[in-house]
Design a binder for this molecule. Sequence first.
Ligand code: ZN
Length: 215
Amino acid sequence: MSKSLKCVWTLQPENPPNPIIPCKNCGVLKPFKPSGKFRLNANGTRLDAWLIYKCMTCDATWNRSIFERCNRKQIAPDFLEAMQINCPEQVKRYAFDKTGLPAVAALSEGEGMVTVHKQIVEGTARDWTVLEITLNAAVPVNLRLDRLLAQQLGVSRSALKQLARQGGLLDGNDEPLQLKKPPKHGIVLRLQLADHTNLRAQVHSALLADEFVEA
Ligand SMILES: [Zn+2]
């Protein structure tokens, strides 16, 4: 009988992307970093909101538009309040979202790192043949799924590719996964390792070496 180990992995990128913007002070294109603050501007019933960035060379600011000329009634009061107090969760939500950003500075060594918090929700790390992982990637990560799995499970990407080809690595609906793309929030991965003794032993020892958060 197959035994399942069910986990939730919460992914957190370590560094937000740094857009490359023409700096009006430096006079050339420079990488900017999020300042951690929003700016709101009210004009009658119309509101503008920006996330403020700073030039990494001279601290000149650049305002990244979140919305413009929006009727106050269309903005959820909670969201408005979160922006007024520069709520770190909301700042993070925008700072880590690359959508609409112009060119983004290349990450230097270690900056593409993703922290993975692991939690077992069913079964034990010692005794299983099916590993089911739900990925919580509420903040988008810039890491291919196969690289993430290879890093976290202590196996090679080619072994994962082979497993997927043999039908041993599928999503929660038993459909093939897009291994070359960053994982989508909430996706379920299922590794059937009953017939893959060597691979299972590798994953098993990687999991035993992990620290799991208490469920
Ligand atoms: Zn500058």
